[in-house]
Design a protein around this ligand. Sequence first.
Ligand SMILES: *Cc1c(COP(=O)(O)O)cnc(C)c1O
Length: 361
Amino acid sequence: MKITLTPNQNPVADADRAAKIAEGGFGKYYTDNMVVAEWSEAAGWQDAVLKPYGPITLDPATAVFHYGQEIFEGMKAYTQPDGSISLFRPEANAARFARSAARLALPEIPVDFFVETVEALVKQDRNWVPNNVGESLYIRPFMIATEVGLGVRPSNKAMYLLIATPASAYFNPTKAVTVWISTEYVRAAPGGTGEAKCGGNYAASLVAQKQAATQGCDQVVWLDANERRWVEEMGGMNLYFVKGSGDNATIVTPKLTGTLLPGITRDSILTVAADLGYKVEEVMLSIDDWRDGVASGEITEIFACGTAAVVSPIGAAKSAHGTWMTGDGNPGPITGKIRQTLLGIQHGTIEDKHGWNKRVC
Ligand SMILES: *Cc1c(COP(=O)(O)O)cnc(C)c1O
């Protein structure tokens, strides 16, 4: 597979692009180009094309519209102090995309080729990568089932697309988010698609997100499907709990049981926290542990993590069982330290000991 470059001949003018980047936010403006590749069962993957960003035309009977056979990824490109641009662990996104594809009966894209398409788009649209720490170019690879017809079966055609949008901080990092622990709805059940990054998981979660908003909360926290007891994730992010304080703190995160999405940020923090000298554990953590831990003061900080927001402190948790505060409701020092360290590695201001950054251009 190769990539044919037919880039946009009328890119957004410099001043307009700079204004759009400076406006900040997430997902309002897209770069000048996108990448598209098509697959069919008969012919396999065709060469990818990098071409001007724009609408795609699909038959109304296209499979993805009816049965939701779709997967996606989320990753970022960061400007480095020397002006170069790096991706953070892109092979990890590629590998997860392939696992998601397998679960959704979509064709897998070779890891190397996935990374090549991301590099091609970042290179072409490098002027769209913001410069400040905390800002980045957010890249959204996705794949849809494109067979036309209403029969329910794995699609014999698929389309892979890659788009990118300049991003500033997703949540305000100095403000703790409040969460609604849902005991009514679940995100994922054993044997389901919880481990895959697919749009369907999000579609099923929106009603709970609405409920959280009605409760005055920013985000939903998901419990396990069987017992509604074990803490899994927050919205589209993984969770961390800090026990104790100072250098002797232990940092724990819910264990991957098959119903949690294995976040690359989660995985990176396991390493970063250990590098900082903290004890790190993957555990089963119940809502009772959460309630009792914050009540006794054993749990001192809670935060969520993911590519989009990096690290977000969590303050109050509300559920059918009551409201629990963590600390004084403000972001804690260990949360801040982990956030700063990870951002520093991504932006090249802290040594990248694990070879996570991949220089693109
Ligand atoms: C994408 C995602 C995450 C975070 O994964 P990262 O690789 O860290 O961005 C966590 N939970 C869900 C449900 C997700 O979709």
